[in-house]
Write a protein that binds this ligand. Structure first.
Ligand code: MEV
Length: 262
């Protein structure tokens, strides 16, 4: 049984405070689980989900989704295990996300479960959206593991509702521009979102450096997911531009990246 990854285009963190967010599935990255009898190391989170599902066997996890990088690996694990058991996938993923993150908005579960681009708002029905900008997103793995719980707690302690409101406004504008297929405005809004996410202290010197480099060959770049490390996404108007961007960031020690058509 398997589940895919996700990336948040707009609205991470502000989504926790009831603002809209926009996320898309990453079908290129997958996590697969299967039962086996031979003993194999099971981490604490896997044991927790197994406990929820009353799984007694060992679980072998095979995954191309990097762990703790904002691409939804923990929700993908819960969803694939719940699918394996024919359990209530949404409920299991919700409980597992609460255990892992404390106060999850539910966006990871929504996108990974539905495998569709969507506008997510806490407590409301998902709105499916056609994302067809004629461009490419380069997902850059900074190699830095980040804790969603730590990032969400940090934002809570900062208590900057003015920035959260601004991030909410940026998402509203981005939804309009995505519907209009205006890739240039979407890129500008990504930079604007990053400016605000940085004000929430979710970036760092290394991320800032990679984002600056990526922006030589892209329309806009921002963190995706919780920040403090994890992955950066950069919007390019063509594959040629994406390849140039990759060439540049490889010089900065980046090892993993993926290109997704949007
Ligand atoms: C994590 O993928 C996105 C955050 O907004 C947390 C959440 O929505 O639960 C940082």
């Amino acid at each position: 049984m398997q589940a895919i990854a996700k990336m948040i285009l707009f609205g991470e963190h502000s989504v926790v405070y009831g603002k809209k967010a926009l996320a898309i599935p990453i079908k290129e990255l997958k996590l697969k689980v299967k039962k086996q009898k031979e003993k194999i190391y099971q981490n604490e989170h896997l044991e927790y989900i197994k406990g929820l599902l009353n799984i007694k066997e060992y679980i072998k996890v095979k995954s191309t989704i990097p762990i703790s990088r904002g691409l939804g690996s923990s929700a993908a694990l819960a969803i694939s295990l719940a699918r394996l058991e024919g359990a209530d996938v949404e409920e299991i993923s919700k409980l597992s996300e609460i255990k892992a993150h404390g106060n999850p908005s539910g966006i990871d579960t929504a996108v990974i479960l539905n495998e569709k681009a969507l506008i997510f708002e806490k407590g409301k029905n998902n709105i499916y959206l056609d994302v067809d900008l004629g461009g490419y997103i380069v997902i850059i793995d900074t190699g830095i593991m980040s804790s969603t719980k730590e990032a969400v707690d940090m934002v809570k302690n900062l208590n900057r509702m003015d920035i959260i409101d601004e991030l909410g406004n940026i998402t509203e504008k981005a939804i309009i521009k995505i519907k209009e297929k205006d890739i240039y405005s979407v890129g500008k809004l990504m930079n604007k979102a990053q400016f605000n996410l940085r004000k929430l202290k979710l970036s760092n010197t290394f991320l800032d450096k990679i984002i600056k480099k990526a922006n030589y060959n892209s329309l806009g770049t921002k963190i995706t997911g919780s920040g403090l490390g994890g992955c950066i996404i950069s919007l390019c108007k063509s594959k040629t531009q994406a390849k140039k961007l990759i060439k540049n960031i490889l010089k900065e020690g980046i090892e993993n990246y993926w290109i997704v058509k949007v």
